[in-house]
Design a protein around this ligand. Structure first.
Ligand code: FMN
Length: 203
């Protein structure tokens, strides 16, 4: 793997917290490779459901092995393992990718009952950026209120997102994951990458 020291993400410690939008894991894996090739030092954390559910998109064991292969570290799977991210392991940034409606809604309500939510809460204590890469069938439905709360929360940034299938799934929204690196770079400078939603005045 060739690292480019001039890449803004080179040497940055980035938490990668993964929740159960299993259908978007292929895109997640592509982005883990992009971050690694940029020279980022990745710290993986998985939710209880990612650590235990098998689905048509692969088994929990296969996903954990792939995440370890791509990040170079065994994923954190428990709340006690995730707690040191605040006081002990100081990350430059953390990203929740993919971020389910479930995790988004709990985060907005300060619920901390999974390793991902523990890691996010601990990381926010340090005043560093937390970036959300959403993938939720009800982002424009029941999760919309929570999305609005987090859009206005300090130190929380979003990978730009939009409707992925407005005809079949009118409430569904998904992040443009290919903009992950650009979003992290902007967040490290305290900026939200724009446009976070597509403008009607641009092509
Ligand atoms: C195959 C499969 C695909 C799923 N895809 C999504 C998804 O894209 N977005 C979402 O918000 N939830 C999705 N879910 C539901 C979540 O896995 C479920 O809400 C779970 O409680 C999330 O827990 P976590 O956020 O702690 O990982 C999916 C579930 C399954 C079994």
């Amino acid at each position: 793997m060739c690292h480019n020291p001039s890449n803004p993400l080179s040497g940055k410690k980035i938490g990668v917290a993964i929740t159960g939008s299993f259908c978007t894991f292929t895109k997640l894996y592509e982005q883990l490779t992009v971050l690694k090739e940029a020279g980022a030092d990745l710290y993986p954390v998985i939710s209880y459901h990612v650590g235990s559910l098998d689905s048509r998109f692969g088994t929990a064991t296969e996903h954990a092995a792939k995440i370890e292969e791509l990040t170079g570290k065994k994923p954190i799977t428990t709340i006690p393992e995730a707690e040191p991210f605040g006081p002990k392991i100081k990350l430059d940034a953390m990203v929740i990718i993919p971020c389910t409606g479930n995790t988004l809604s709990k985060l907005a309500n300060a619920i901390t009952d999974t390793p991902v939510l523990m890691a996010a809460k601990a990381h926010l204590r340090n005043g560093r950026p937390l970036i959300l890469s959403i993938a939720s069938n009800d982002a424009l439905g029941l999760s919309m209120k929570q999305l609005g709360l987090l859009m206005n929360a300090k130190n929380i940034y979003f990978v730009p997102y939009g409707q992925d299938d407005y005809k079949a799934k009118p409430n569904s929204m998904i992040a443009h994951v290919e903009q992950l690196s650009d979003t992290i770079e902007a967040a490290l400078e305290g900026r939200q990458l724009q446009p976070v939603l597509k403008s009607p005045f641009e092509g």
